[in-house]
Design a protein around this ligand. Structure first.
Ligand code: UDP
Length: 315
């Protein structure tokens, strides 16, 4: 079979790392991005590669890719809370219409397609840690609803194509992921803390900082996605690092790592901010033989080096 793959969201944080991986593995990689939150600098090093091509295109509009296409990874979407509040309709369109276009393309080409879902389908979870059988606790009209409901619709549509057309589909539920190429101003906790530490501002902890998250380094996530792509498993699979930490502890870690003299300041907790989040990765362990390898201490050091350069570049 031809080694050819379409990656939507190619210029984004995770999408660009996926492009790197598949280009390195000798795939013919077709990247697609409308660049509203993606950044061409994330993939500019790939433009000289003969096995990489790029379409500046919005996947929420009709998509045509000529030739064989055995694999599709649908990773396009604003993904940080600040981004999806800024682009609510685009977020809903890419999760619904964009997914529909990708599924239609997969049907026409007979592709294996894996769509990027999220721990946000669990909302503010009442079950801890979250396993794939938990249905979630989502506010359909809250400030996160444009993302949460788009991703829930995406999962339902993907299952419908699997059932109705026998399409070879997969769903990955991605928990908080970090690493180089996160956007400095994407509003998420890690870029915010690094940016603040590096520019002499106090670190803003929302609420009292007792809410938890579990952070996965991007290379671990990419490995899990690759393994899932090369199965024919169709039910959702959580990927993330179960090492859970409070946001206050996380701020303290960043202060220690950067050696900043800045303090922690407390800001109001955004509405519907999930209280706790930790993936149950039993399914990924069993199905894919996968688990995260990069401890936070190591991943944060690499990411810090990236943010130092990104801040210098943006100055
Ligand atoms: N957060 C924070 N300070 C910031 C940005 C975020 O305390 O400057 C908190 C936020 O309220 C949430 C957690 O950090 O509890 C993770 O937020 P993020 O936006 O990274 O993503 P989420 O996991 O909520 O989708």
């Amino acid at each position: 079979m031809t080694k050819r793959i379409l990656i939507t969201g190619a210029a984004g944080f995770i999408g660009s790392h996926l492009c790197d991986r598949f280009v390195a593995e000798g795939f013919d990689v077709v990247g697609m991005d409308n660049l509203i939150t993606g950044d061409l600098r994330n993939i500019e090093h790939l433009f000289s590669k003969p096995n990489f091509s790029f379409y500046h295109h919005d996947v929420s509009r009709f998509v045509h890719v000529p030739g064989d296409l055995p694999y599709i990874l649908h990773f396009a979407s604003p993904a940080s809370p600040a981004d999806y509040v800024r682009w609510p309709i685009q977020t809903m369109k890419v999760g619904s219409l964009g997914t529909h276009n990708c599924l239609g393309l997969a049907k026409a080409k007979g592709s294996r397609i894996v769509v990027a879902s999220t721990s946000e389908v669990y909302g503010d979870p009442l079950v801890h840690p979250q396993n794939e059988d938990y249905w979630g606790n989502v506010n359909p009209v809250g400030p996160r609803s444009m993302y949460d409901e788009a991703k829930r619709f995406q999962e339902a549509l993907t299952m419908a194509y699997h059932q109705a057309h026998g399409l070879n589909t997969g769903i990955v539920r991605i928990f908080n992921t970090y690493g180089p190429r996160m956007r400095l101003n994407d509003g998420r906790v890690l870029p915010n803390f690094f940016y603040q530490a590096l520019t002499g501002q106090d670190l803003t902890v929302y609420g009292d900082g007792s809410q938890t998250r579990s952070f996965c380094y991007v290379s671990d996530l990419v490995e899990g996605i690759c393994r899932l792509l090369f199965t024919d498993y169709h039910l959702p699979v959580n990927l993330g690092n179960p090492d859970e930490i409070t946001i206050l502890q996380f701020a303290e870690e960043i202060i220690r790592l950067t050696g900043t003299q800045q303090k922690i300041v407390f800001r109001p907790l955004p509405k519907d901010d999930p209280r706790q989040r930790q993936p149950d990765i039993s399914r990924a362990r069993q199905l894919l033989g996968w688990e995260p390898r990069v401890p936070r201490s190591e991943g944060l050091k690499i990411t810090y080096e990236y943010f130092k350069k990104a801040v210098a570049y943006s100055a």
